[in-house]
Design a protein around this ligand. Structure first.
Ligand SMILES: Nc1ncnc2c1ncn2[C@@H]1O[C@H](COP(=O)(O)OP(=O)(O)OP(=O)(O)O)[C@@H](O)[C@H]1O
Ligand SMILES: [Mg+2]
Length: 480
């Protein structure tokens, strides 16, 4: 299972530069230490070789007058030029005969491991236990013995220890400095990215779905320098925002044109339609004798022209609401409006049961009485036309808090499930055909929704077989 650790770009850049610096410093420090160790050892080997030569060059016999017991056998350590701490051993017949160290102008016996006996002319390192490691080389003495001479390695070791410590301190200081300076530099370098993200976030919060022309935010000018990578992204973002803005403007323009066209067309159609209705009525009432076919045709002309008038009025109203044409805004009580609308519905469908429930106090809203009356008429017409006779339709007005609600509920068959999700859409009809059996065009609820929105309210529906409830919610009028 792979797990990705999410890190900010800033942290990633700083951590990787620190890691890189640490690795490079470690490699340089190791190489320096090894080379320096070689160099120091070579230099010591030269000194060991000269000390060994001095030992071999010492006279075959101990100088007269020297001879305290202690200096016997290793008097060569006392030959001029031998440094303090020099190790000397006499190897006789392949075994260490005596070993000592020059200390304070005299020799001091020391234990020597058998390895000392095997030392040849080329300097090698031998560990003398408590005394530490020595570089030793041997030379044959004139008396046939072998003289081993050595110098302590502790000088080399302490120099190397100091070097490693200095390297570690310098590396640590470098890492700390890189972390601090790197954080500042990287933070400064990625700051424009934050501004790009802020611009994108501001644009994403705009309500773009409304189709209105919008002025989109832009990335600030300094963050669009094409010579930098971030500037290139900023420039590309600005160009994209420009395109989107143009596209919105074009769409808005064409929508406005279409709305104006629908409004104009609807408006123009009203007069000829009124003429058709008028002439049909005039002909019917002229008293001239007509055959049954003509009478039927005249009746159809009247009813279809009436339906078309309603459709044209609905389209005109929707086009005007879409265009944001301001509504009348007066304070009015919804209860009497509901009583009138239910009364009309009862007159149109006396075989339904019509119930009304009103609050004690007035249900005051600010709005357009005609449009709100039309909303109630549309909802009640639906409860009447899309349900069988005998259906109970209950209209309830509720005024609580800052809202006024009108609920129209019926116990009819309910809205078909495939219609329900877009029942407030334009030309959404339950019978699925364009036949005019129920006489509706499918604009009734679209008008309800648009009028509610124009009043800063909303309409919701819940429908199952046996219960369909439409709820219109409007903001209550502020108390005087
Ligand atoms: N109370 C209801 N009971 C059952 N179905 C309903 C009810 N109200 C609406 N509908 C369904 O929702 C559809 C859309 O209603 P809408 O009022 O928008 O159009 P319409 O009534 O068909 O035509 P119009 O209102 O324009 O004359 C209707 O065709 C109907 O199928
Ligand atoms: Mg309807």
């Amino acid at each position: 299972m792979s797990r990705r650790i999410s890190m900010s770009l800033e942290t990633k850049l700083v951590v990787s530069s620190i890691a890189l610096l640490a690795v490079v410093s470690a490699v340089i420090a190791t190489a320096t230490t090894l080379l320096f160790e070689d160099f120091l050892t070579d230099r010591l080997d030269i000194q060991v070789s000269s000390a060994a030569r001095r030992s071999a060059g010492a006279s075959a016999e101990p100088p007269a007058g020297l001879a305290p017991e202690a200096a016997r056998e290793v008097w060569f350590l006392l030959s001029p030029g031998q440094a303090e701490g020099t190790f000397g051993a006499r190897v006789r017949l392949g075994r260490v005969h005596r070993a000592a160290v020059l200390s304070g102008g005299t020799v001091r016996d020391v234990p020597a491991p058998p390895k000392v006996a095997a030392v040849t002319g080329r300097p090698v390192t031998v560990d003398l236990g408590r005394l530490g490691a020595y570089r030793m080389a041997s030379r044959p003495a004139p008396d046939g013995d072998v003289l081993v001479t050595g110098l302590p390695l502790n000088g080399v070791e302490s120099t190397l220890t100091r070097l490693v410590m200095v390297e570690a301190a310098v590396t640590l200081a470098g890492v700390a400095l890189t972390a601090a300076a790197g954080t500042l530099l990287v933070r400064h370098a990625v700051r424009p990215l934050g501004r790009l993200a802020a611009t994108a976030a501001r644009v994403s919060e705009l309500p773009l779905a409304t189709g209105d022309a919008v002025r989109l935010a832009r990335v600030p000018e300094p963050d669009t320098d094409p010579r930098t990578e971030i500037g290139q992204v900023g420039g590309a973002l600005n160009r994209m925002l420009g395109h989107v803005e143009t596209a919105f403007a074009v769409r808005h323009e064409s929508e406005t044109r279409l709305r104006r066209f629908i409004a104009d067309a609807s408006h123009e159609l009203r007069t000829p339609l009124a003429s058709i209705v008028g002439y049909a009525e005039l002909t019917r009432r002229s008293g001239e004798p007509h055959g049954p076919q003509t009478t039927h045709a005249l009746g159809r002309i009247s009813s279809e022209a009436g339906r078309m008038t309603t459709l044209v009025e609905d389209l005109l109203l929707l086009a005007r609401l879409d265009a944001g044409r301001p509504l009348e805004r007066v304070e009015l009580d919804l209860s009497p409006l509901v009583v009138t609308a239910v009364g009309d519905a009862y007159a149109a469908a006396p075989r339904h049961r019509w119930l009304v429930s009103l609050p004690d106090q007035p249900a005051l809203v600010v709005g357009d009485a005609d449009r709100l009356h039309q909303v109630l008429t549309n909802l009640l017409a639906n409860a009447r036309t899309h349900t069988p006779p005998g259906t109970t339709v209950t209209t309830t007005v509720l005024a609580d808090g800052g809202e006024v609600r009108v609920r129209v509920a019926d116990d009819g068959p309910g809205i078909a499930p495939h219609v329900l999700p877009h029942v407030f859409g334009r030309f959404a009809r339950g019978d699925g055909s364009r036949s005019r059996r129920a006489g509706g065009s499918g604009l009734g609820l679209a008008i309800v929704s648009a009028v509610a929105a124009a009043h800063e309210g909303r309409v919701e529906v819940a429908s199952v077989p046996g219960s369909t409830v439409f709820t219109l919610t409007l903001p209550a009028a502020a108390p005087a």
